[in-house]
Design a protein around this ligand. Sequence first.
Ligand code: AMP
Length: 290
Amino acid sequence: MELIHDIEDMMTRASALGAEGKRVALVPTMGALHDGHLELVREARAHSDIIVVSIFVNPTQFGPTEDYDRYPRRLEEDIELLRSLAADGVIVFAPGVEDMYPGGHLERQPIRFTVRELDRWLCGRYREGHFDGVVTVVAKLLNIVRPDVAVFGLKDAQQFVILKRLARDYFFGTRLIGVPTVREDDGLAMSSRNRYLNHEERLQARVLSKAITDAEAAVKRGEQRVLGIVTAMRDTIGQSELAKLQYAEVVSADDLQPLETIESGMEVLVAVAAYFGETRLIDSAFVTAP
Ligand code: AMP
């Protein structure tokens, strides 16, 4: 296991690996690692000789009222966890904020990526600028590491669709791989933010995965009316008195635009977001209609 903080060192190491003919996988994370992240590392293992796990709490993807300051930072524990999983062939890349964003004034960066249309619905609608920040940091990481593949969780479904367009439209030459959502025993999608939940919130948060599973089943059964599916998702989440629903949507899987009717054979994304106390949780699934 290697730990690299310096960007120049990471770039030198990455080009040496390329010269040796090693296949490199990148797994971008914000740390506070859990089994969901480890599943990405396992998947990366199947496609590469060396895995770079980046750990970087990216300030540009947090809104002014979001949890950037209190987001869990636990590099030591993360390194131990990765070591226990796969010590060989893993590089932890943990750059500093000032190095990733030279000049400091994050909000005044002169050159920026802007996401359009793909961030109009779902999380993008409620987290202004979030995906601009995600795309910006992933573009930087892809340029630093130049990986053959990069592995992401489908839990962040909108993020995955947007990043695939980034890699494709800007010719990064990296293949993106999506890994299905890893869940707790009761269905709750694993997330670094789950640790913010108190006992009661944690129990009631199960309604999210229930809403998604039911919606998924409805689409697979051939239900075509989006309104009916969305109403059922809202009702399920409404069974938790602590849940404050942000959205329950069914959108087209390729352009993330809302649908009224699901055509036969169409791939859709069913997705929800809700607050439990101060904690915002999301869940989603890609489903293909029969
Ligand atoms: P984060 O550290 O939350 O930015 O997540 C880093 C990567 O891990 C992203 O690609 C996420 O989609 C992925 N991820 C987070 N939670 C899960 C999960 N429960 N199952 C699968 N992937 C996940």
